[in-house]
Design a protein around this ligand. Structure first.
Ligand SMILES: Cc1cc2nc3c(=O)[nH]c(=O)nc-3n(C[C@H](O)[C@H](O)[C@H](O)COP(=O)(O)OP(=O)(O)OC[C@H]3O[C@@H](n4cnc5c(N)ncnc54)[C@H](O)[C@@H]3O)c2cc1C
Length: 542
């Protein structure tokens, strides 16, 4: 016989747990993004607001979840034993790709008739990364391949229209029959990724084209319609375009060995592939493969600089939403001084990364000017390096703001945590980026001069910034040793972020950034802000 009536035995009454979010207001709730777009791509603001609305719906979030819950499958053979070498995706993946294509994620910078196309693209990278970063990979590579194709005007004329389509076509059929195309990149081999000159894939002339024999150890988005790849000719490493289907309408001899079992998102596939006399066309001069594909790498790096800003933003928006709704010890979490300090400190990394990424994108838009082109080359590396180095710690600490709920797979924090290291490794890992910065400033000292000149425009508003800038100029005036390159890149990246925050953000944000990141008034874990900081004002930016 129960001791209590049924109404008093109810235990499953939920309080003090925020209701699940049924969509994300990616544009309306992100004032720093809107301000950055107003500076760099004002003509695209309404388009970006629409794009953000389309990918922030509950339906889009659910597609993102499903695309990861049901990962792609490798289908090597058909039922009769003939090679297929295809990857099959869940319909939700294709739905996400359609949204990206429709928004002009890959195409807009190359088709837009108004300024700010690259900045608008950068904003789309930042936005879509917050919802489902896996589909960004093939669209980023498609965006980045366009300028590399200019090395062969005939190839460019044939491939550009499909690559610049806003209609996604996920079918595995010859490119000429498709309404929209994607382009991947296959450079890394088993014996070396950073050191591309160690590539062993051979290219054998065959009529108007070539036949490639060899392997690639990392080939992401292997269902792309073509890949830019590297192979050896007698003249040296050379760039080639390898289509999935030959001009005669046969499957090209690109065998998919297996899919990588990767950290990070599950929606995108990365394959190990072999070329068995795969048909290819040469792109660029024989022996100049690295220089040719670098144009693609340069543009891909822009996206790898914005993606961590997006990941940090999503992690922080989850942390802010949770801590605004949840109480502990009689007070809302966000109002507890220690929690406010943590959120404020993390917000500074996000704000710095977003500001730097959008400034870099602006220099891509203005790269007709050689100074801006030099700045783009230098600053994209700085932003990629530093924003990715901060992404992991920020996401980890944001996860902790949700307590145990941050650790549960039903929420986004676990996938954000797994995704956080990806963009640091891909497209030039940390040391390689630092060495690249050294090369840039040695070969084009005018890029460093232009960079310092831009930082100078922020002088006079914060004495710690002025001191840090003067110290950096003095410290590195005589050149930079290889072993010191991480110091050089870190300091320059922080100065870039600080200068932008000083110019474009409220004083409390910029001054706290400078005090902590450049003047050393900062602990070893987030939330260690200088005494007297108005942390609530900074946390309110999230
Ligand atoms: C998710 C994901 C997707 C990817 N997709 C693709 C793709 O689509 N196509 C493709 O071609 N590749 C792809 N890659 C591969 C990636 O670009 C390489 O892994 C990367 O370039 C590093 O090459 P590696 O793995 O051979 O490492 P290594 O070159 O062996 O480097 C190992 C470490 O040594 C460091 N290092 C190397 N040289 C030096 C030096 N001189 N001084 C100091 N340190 C050094 C590097 O910074 C790195 O930390 C992908 C990787 C990941 C993780």
């Amino acid at each position: 016989m129960p001791l209590l009536p049924r109404s008093e035995r109810t235990t499953h009454e939920v309080h003090n747990q925020p209701a699940p979010r049924d969509g994300l207001a990616l544009w309306d709730e992100d004032a720093p993004l809107r301000a950055a777009v107003a500076r760099t791509a004002p003509a695209h603001a309404s388009h970006l607001a629409g794009f953000a609305a389309a990918i922030g719906t509950a339906e889009a979030l659910e597609d993102g979840r499903l695309a990861n819950r049901f990962p792609p499958e490798l289908v090597t053979f058909d039922r009769s034993g003939r090679r297929l070498d295809e990857v099959r995706f869940h319909p939700a993946y294709h739905a996400m790709m359609r949204r990206g294509f429709a928004g002009g994620y890959s195409a807009l910078p190359w088709t837009s008739t108004v300024p700010g196309g690259h900045a608008a693209h950068a904003a789309m990278v930042y936005l879509l990364t917050q919802v489902e970063p896996g589909v960004c990979c093939p669209m980023t590579m498609t965006y980045a391949a366009i300028p590399a194709l200019e090395a062969n005007p005939d190839l460019a004329a044939r491939w550009r229209p499909g690559l610049l389509s806003t209609s996604y076509d996920g079918r595995s059929i010859p490119a000429s029959n498709k309404t929209g195309l994607t382009m991947g990149m296959a450079m890394t081999e088993k014996q070396g990724g950073s050191d591309l000159r160690a590539n062993t894939t051979r290219a054998l002339p065959d009529g108007d084209g070539y036949r490639l024999v060899g392997h690639k150890w990392f080939c992401s988005a292997p269902m792309c319609d073509a890949f830019l790849t590297l192979g050896q000719l007698p003249e040296g490493l050379t760039c080639f375009l390898v289509p999935r289907w030959t001009p005669e309408g046969r499957r090209n001899a690109i065998e998919l060995q297996r899919l990588k079992d990767k950290l990070g998102n599950r929606a995108n596939a990365s394959a190990e592939i072999e070329y068995h006399e795969a048909w290819a066309e040469r792109l660029g001069e024989p022996g100049r493969g690295v220089q040719t594909i670098l144009e693609m790498v340069h543009h891909t790096r822009l996206d790898t600089a914005l993606a961590p800003a997006g990941l940090m933003r999503r992690a922080l928006s989850e942390a802010a939403w949770w801590t605004r709704e949840r109480q502990a010890f009689g007070r809302t979490l966000i109002d507890q001084p220690l929690m406010t300090a943590v959120l404020a400190d993390l917000a500074l990394d996000w704000l710095g990364a977003l500001a730097a990424g959008m400034r870099v994108a602006e220099s891509f838009d203005r790269s007709g000017d050689p100074v801006q082109r030099g700045l783009a080359r230098l600053t994209v590396a700085l932003a990629k390096y530093w924003s990715n180095k901060r992404c992991g710690p920020v996401v980890l600490e944001a996860m902790e703001c949700l307590g145990g709920n941050g650790f549960i797979e039903e929420g986004p924090m676990p996938w954000l945590y797994r995704e956080a290291p990806l963009n640091a490794i891909w497209e030039g890992s940390g040391n390689i980026i630092c060495l690249d910065v050294l090369r840039t400033v040695q070969r084009a000292p005018e890029a460093l001069a232009a960079f310092y000149a831009e930082l100078d425009t922020a002088r006079g508003s914060n004495r710690h910034f002025d001191t840090a800038l003067a110290d950096a100029k003095q410290r590195f005036a005589g050149g930079v040793e290889e072993a010191e390159a991480r110091w050089f890149v870190e300091i320059l990246a922080l100065l870039l972020q600080a200068s932008l925050l000083l110019r474009h953000q409220p004083g409390v944000v910029a001054d706290t950034f400078v005090l902590t990141r450049l003047a050393g008034d900062w602990g070893r874990t987030p939330g260690t802000l200088p005494p007297g900081t108005d942390a609530a004002a900074i946390a309110a930016m999230i």
